[in-house]
Design a protein around this ligand. Sequence first.
Ligand SMILES: Cc1cc2nc3c(=O)[nH]c(=O)nc-3n(C[C@H](O)[C@H](O)[C@H](O)COP(=O)(O)OP(=O)(O)OC[C@H]3O[C@@H](n4cnc5c(N)ncnc54)[C@H](O)[C@@H]3O)c2cc1C
Length: 565
Amino acid sequence: MGMACASPDRSRGCAVSAQRTNPRGLPGAKERVHHDAMRSRTPKFAALTTIRGRDILRVRAFGVELASVWHSGLVCHTGFFVHSRFSRFAMKSKGLFRELARIIGEDGVLWRQEDLMLYEYDALSSVRQPDVVVFPRKTEHVVQIAKLALRHDLPLVARGAGTGLSGGSVATEGGILLVFSRMKRILEIDLENQRARVQPGVVNLDLSLAVADAGYYFAPDPSSQKACTIGGNVAENSGGPHTLAYGVTTNHVLALEVVLPDGEVIHTGASHWDRPGYDLTGVFVGSEGTLGIITEATVRLSRKPEAVKTLLAIYDQVVGATRTVAAITARGITPAALEMMDGFCLRAVEEATHAGYPMDCAAVLLIEVEGLKEAVEEHADEIEAVCRENQAREVRRAKSAEERDLLWKGRKTAFGALGRISPNYYVQDGVIPRTRLPEMLEFIGSIEKKFDLHIGNIFHAGDGNLHPLIMYDERNREQTARVGKAAREIIMRCVEMGGSITGEHGVGLEKSDLMPLIFSAVDLELMGRIKNLFNPQGRLNPGKLLPTGKMCGELRGGLAGGGPV
Ligand SMILES: Cc1cc2nc3c(=O)[nH]c(=O)nc-3n(C[C@H](O)[C@H](O)[C@H](O)COP(=O)(O)OP(=O)(O)OC[C@H]3O[C@@H](n4cnc5c(N)ncnc54)[C@H](O)[C@@H]3O)c2cc1C
């Protein structure tokens, strides 16, 4: 089950805001008192550190770390030789560490328990540790590491910023985690041909900022764009608020350089023409790191529109907002973005961002139209009329770029804002035909009552992509189990309505066992054959995307441990 997480990749200082009211790693007063007491009892040959609120006693002798003992006493490991789990890696770790260090240098390898903890989850609440984390700087490093993993039969998992909401970059079977935070160079910008060639670790927003002054941008804009990487976007085929008009990532990727699990490098697509033959770029986009490791991407840059108008339609009843969505597109207008937030989420967002959202309404629509100046004015007037026909109490227009940015800031940081009011929440990601939004909202309301839970609603309404956010406290196991059931009923309803189990957060680890709901056995078998072709031993990102037969309930921690989905 997916859950927006505090700061998925703390090591990168990710800008995504908090899910937990007391984020792990920031001990409260009680923890500090306990820690001080522990410190006073620590013997001289040991050192006490606190990582994510847990005390670790590191015992050293002759300059070597012999053991790390967690204060809970649950986990202990000795240097590099005895690991907390008996993984394939643990058996050979010392030699492997040396080999990895030879390839990328010692500063490119992390293996200590406390370092690995930073990489044991993404924005999903499931927890599994890799055995080693490596930071390649160039394609050749990835090639060498892939060959090494092949020789030693180790799992290999790629990771961008770790903002994924379906557990895609969690190393479910341990092994080597390749983190792309040191491959973040924009290699080439070709404005005349509207192309950019980038390394996979480039942060989504950084690419748009790099070409902004010249009047260009990279269109896919996930709400996590301040942190997530182009490699992650390609692997997840990510969308965002502007997907309605500009499509998802696949519509903006022209060519890829990919390292296969045996270390072979292939090039797909082309930056200037359509290559004949099979569309291998399309095969890799959305493959969630299960077919190959993306080491370079050539992407399309879009020209900024001449004019933009941002409208905020305010409703006293949710149904008015949902009816407006279908009514706008029925008039033949395709806004660039058409987002919905209900009153519950709005209040949390306004308290966190002071973006100017009303505190007393049932829902708002954030609507954006772009294009030529005259057309934009005309469409904005038409949209305003549709909103009023559907009982909008007020329709505001952003008067300046600052006001527009503030409204979007509120929308894009909404998940984080909800983290201020609930210890945990689960983000569902489903799709339905947008004409059925009113019916779906009613259904979610009935689920809220049935399971006695609070559910906030934030939708990419224009393309029928729902994100119901279910509030809970993971310390309450019984409530956590109810959240799992509620989330499952919502996703089943999406499927019954002719929709999908995910709109943009991907399948990952979380929803692989739901794939048979939308694909036939024949479809799945064919996908399995494609996977086997590129990833014959299944070592690349194991346990993701395709059904494994193992439920995610087998993972420890949070909803995944308690919820049935
Ligand atoms: C607050 C918040 C808001 C979000 N909003 C959106 C949204 O609006 N739209 C949306 O689509 N998603 C959204 N997401 C989900 C997430 O940000 C996207 O899926 C994003 O594309 C993940 O990028 P990442 O760099 O963090 O990838 P990671 O989470 O690190 O990895 C995601 C997947 O990509 C694979 N991968 C990463 N790099 C590579 C590579 N170089 N080669 C091969 N595989 C690779 C990983 O193995 C994993 O399977 C949101 C997440 C959060 C926390």
